[in-house]
Write a protein that binds this ligand. Structure first.
Ligand code: ZN
Ligand code: ZN
Length: 329
């Protein structure tokens, strides 16, 4: 059992526990331990032999027992039980996805909006992971609390990007935006700005409780915009604390597929959006996907190896996930 598989198992346990009111605290502990595994990449077999599993960040006696089960038996009885309880069993048509083939993350934030790291720090983090490309997608102006970017600030950011690009050999920086989908489905920046960016992620952030019929119109308009590449965290849900938006998912996902717009599987453990169940439906409707960390600090890039199990569970083949392609296009 390598750190990737173990991290994904703990991450899934965290996800299943989040759906149980009384287990929220424990859910966070499992997600945190999954994250530590993905950051530290420990040699689990060796730690098992030396009784050193609790030296991994966030791994106490309880989580260490789950790891022992994983290492000794290749599976976790605790996870199997939870899957059964929550009626979210493993599937026999899961896809084979290898994190080693993941080429780049296209959704990340910097101190230009609400990120906690500079563009250079984020770029160096992605470079250290061996990524070929990194999308810098800060927020649009509507998100005023985070000082979202308008055309003028995007221009200033592109100048910084040109400088940072010189310092990260082998990594291509993509300038993008996470543009807000406004209540009427229009986007928070004019087309003339969107069309010059390398990546446009359109995301719903506010008024998620809109009436489903209106929400459907709103999302249909977003997936009809020719400048949009990706719909970010398509429901806006926060497992265990906030239900996502409700709309005619089938109609919107079909339209996204028709227009070549990918849907996001956001691996932030607080989001996990799309869920594996909804991603499976979107896959059956012909959609493409991006799997990304929505990182606000370079340590959060590790959400991807943790969260890849969601795409696997959804049965999405590698060629339908755009980050597995050698170049972003
Ligand atoms: Zn977002
Ligand atoms: Zn984001």
């Amino acid at each position: 059992m390598d750190w990737i598989a173990a991290s994904q198992a703990l991450s899934e346990i965290g996800y299943l526990l989040r759906q149980q009111e009384k287990e929220r605290y424990r859910a966070r502990a499992f997600s945190a331990a999954a994250w530590a595994l993905a950051l530290e990449r420990p040699d689990l077999e060796k730690l098992r032999k030396t009784d050193g599993l609790t030296s991994i960040g966030g791994v106490g006696e309880g989580i260490a027992r789950v790891l022992v089960d994983l290492i000794d038996h290749g599976e976790s009885r605790y996870l199997n039980r939870l899957r059964e309880q929550m009626q979210q069993p493993a599937r026999d048509d899961e896809s084979l996805l290898n994190y080693g083939d993941y080429r780049g993350d296209i959704h990340s934030h910097t101190t230009w909006s609400d990120g906690r790291a500079t563009m250079l720090e984020m770029a160096e983090g992605a470079q250290a992971l061996g990524y070929s490309y990194l999308g810098i997608t800060d927020h649009s102006p509507r998100i005023t609390v985070v000082h979202g970017l308008d055309a003028e600030r995007l221009l200033a950011q592109s100048q910084e990007m040109a400088e940072v690009q010189k310092q990260v050999d082998g990594l291509t920086l993509l300038q993008g935006i996470e543009v807000d989908i406004l209540e009427d489905g229009s986007l928070d920046l004019p087309d003339a700005v969107l069309e010059i960016l390398d990546v446009v992620i359109a995301s719903p952030h506010v008024k998620l409780r809109q009436d489903p019929a209106l929400m459907t119109e709103r999302m249909m308009r977003a997936v009809s915009n020719p400048h949009v590449d990706v719909i970010g965290h398509p429901t806006g849900r926060r497992p265990g604390s906030r239900e996502g938006a409700r709309y005619d998912f089938e109609a919107v996902f079909k339209e996204a597929a028709r227009n070549g717009i990918a849907l996001e599987i956001d691996c932030d453990p607080a989001r996990l959006d799309l869920s594996p169940e909804m991603a499976r439906m979107a896959h059956e409707l012909g959609c493409d996907f991006v799997v990304d960390a929505d990182a606000h600090a370079s340590a959060e890039f590790a959400y991807v190896p943790m969260g890849l199990w969601m795409a696997r569970r959804a049965g999405i083949p590698r060629e339908r996930i755009r980050n597995f392609r050698p170049e972003w296009s």
